[in-house]
Design a protein around this ligand. Structure first.
Ligand code: F6P
Length: 373
């Protein structure tokens, strides 16, 4: 038996994670003669030295499963909850990596995971990462796996909402995941034919949305579907939020910075009920009944789409090859439909947002979709 490689999934669970574990594991074991150890519940498993040896038998039959067979968590090595307190557990994680004689660690996750993995790479661990998140917001890759499945689920939901909205002549506001980036709301909104699409990248004016709904009514269409991303903000709200962000960045560590951060948390909590407030306001302005549907974690559940299985399989097997060549400190990415690698330092600390002139937005605008701007 050759080298020993650890693997973990971290951050929000994502359809396609098992397909990636399977692809990496099977290629690594059968093609490159490696031994694979799967750590449970993200970086926590590495801290607690809680793992399972993955073999061809345990990797069989998982391609179509949602979630992750390894479990996941949002734990950060440098800020883990231990006995009710937050502690930096990096030293113990590094110790366990060495204890298990790992040659490398594969980390599957979104932006938080990339950051945590980079932190460990800086401590001398041999790291390769795979980009997974339904948000599709990891920098330097055209796609993350999980996105296609979630977009399919959200699109189907919008399809189904059409018949009920039209029967009752209502506005239905459907909230789609995505705090910082609007890829999911935009993709599903376009594919599902939403009349209004609201994303974090384009702050909206509620009056303009109401006007577009009334215009539809004048044209004989007395129902409207609004696809709104979790993180979408009205213009006023965004202005306050950005002001606060700037103040936080300019303020030195200390009590006043903590107070500003607390204010930001309060604003985020307030924005969490934004969808409901928007629906109520639109009902007042248009005199049409409005209802809200929050898709939530439905979007992350269940079997991955064929596109996600394919992407995860391509990325997973490429990862095994790179580990065999001892190429570390990198993320596997998709660029122009080719699998490539990107240095981790080019990925961390960034969010891939939807550019305002993106083709999807241009296309939707030509159809008359309202973005609230
Ligand atoms: O990880 C992506 C994501 O699904 C986001 O779209 C969403 O905002 C967030 O996770 C929800 O996190 P949690 O599952 O921890 O509530």
């Amino acid at each position: 038996m050759g080298r020993i490689i650890g693997i973990l999934t971290s951050g929000g669970d994502t359809p396609g994670s098992n397909a990636a574990i399977r692809a990496f594991g099977k290629a690594a074991i059968s093609f490159y003669d490696m031994k694979i150890i799967g750590f449970r519940d993200g970086f926590r498993g590495l801290m607690e030295n809680n793992f399972t040896v993955l073999d061809n038998k345990s990797l069989s039959g998982i391609l179509t499963l949602g979630g992750t067979i390894l479990g996941t968590s949002r734990e950060k090595p440098f800020r883990m909850t231990v006995d009710g307190n937050e502690k930096d557990m990096t030293d113990l994680i590094v110790k366990n990596y060495r204890l298990n004689k790992l040659d490398a660690l594969v980390c599957i996750g979104g932006n938080g995971t990339q950051k945590n993995a980079y932190h460990l790479a800086q401590r001398g661990l041999n790291i390769v990462t795979l980009p997974k998140t339904i948000d599709n917001d990891v920098a330097r890759t055209d796609l993350t796996f999980g996105f296609d499945t979630a977009m399919g689920i959200a699109t189907e939901a919008i399809d189904r909402l059409h018949s009920t909205a039209s029967s009752h002549q209502r506005i239905i506001v459907v909230e789609i995941m995505g705090h910082k980036a609007g890829w999911l709301a935009l993709g599903a909104g376009i594919a599902g034919g939403a009349d209004v699409i609201l994303i974090p990248e384009i702050p909206y004016d509620t009056g303009k949305i109401a006007e577009s709904i009334l215009e539809r009514k004048r044209q004989g269409k007395s129902f409207s579907i609004i696809a709104i991303a979790e993180g979408a903000m009205s213009r006023d709200f965004k202005e306050n939020y950005s002001k606060l962000q700037k103040q936080i960045s300019a303020s030195p560590e200390g009590n006043s910075r903590e107070k500003l951060k607390q204010e930001r948390t309060e604003l985020n909590v307030l924005n969490a009920s934004n969808t409901i407030r928007l629906a109520n306001r639109l009902q007042e302005l248009t005199k049409l009944e409005a209802r809200v549907t929050i898709l939530g974690h439905l979007q992350r559940g269940g079997t991955p789409s064929s596109a996600d299985r394919l992407l995860a399989t391509r990325m997973g097997t490429a990862c095994a090859k790179l580990v065999s060549k001892e190429e570390y400190g990198i993320m596997i990415a998709l660029k122009k439909n080719r699998i490539v690698t990107v240095p981790l330092e080019e990925v961390v600390g960034k969010t891939k947002k939807v550019p305002e002139d993106h083709q999807w937005i241009k296309s939707a605008r030509r159809l008359g979709t309202c973005f609230g701007d």
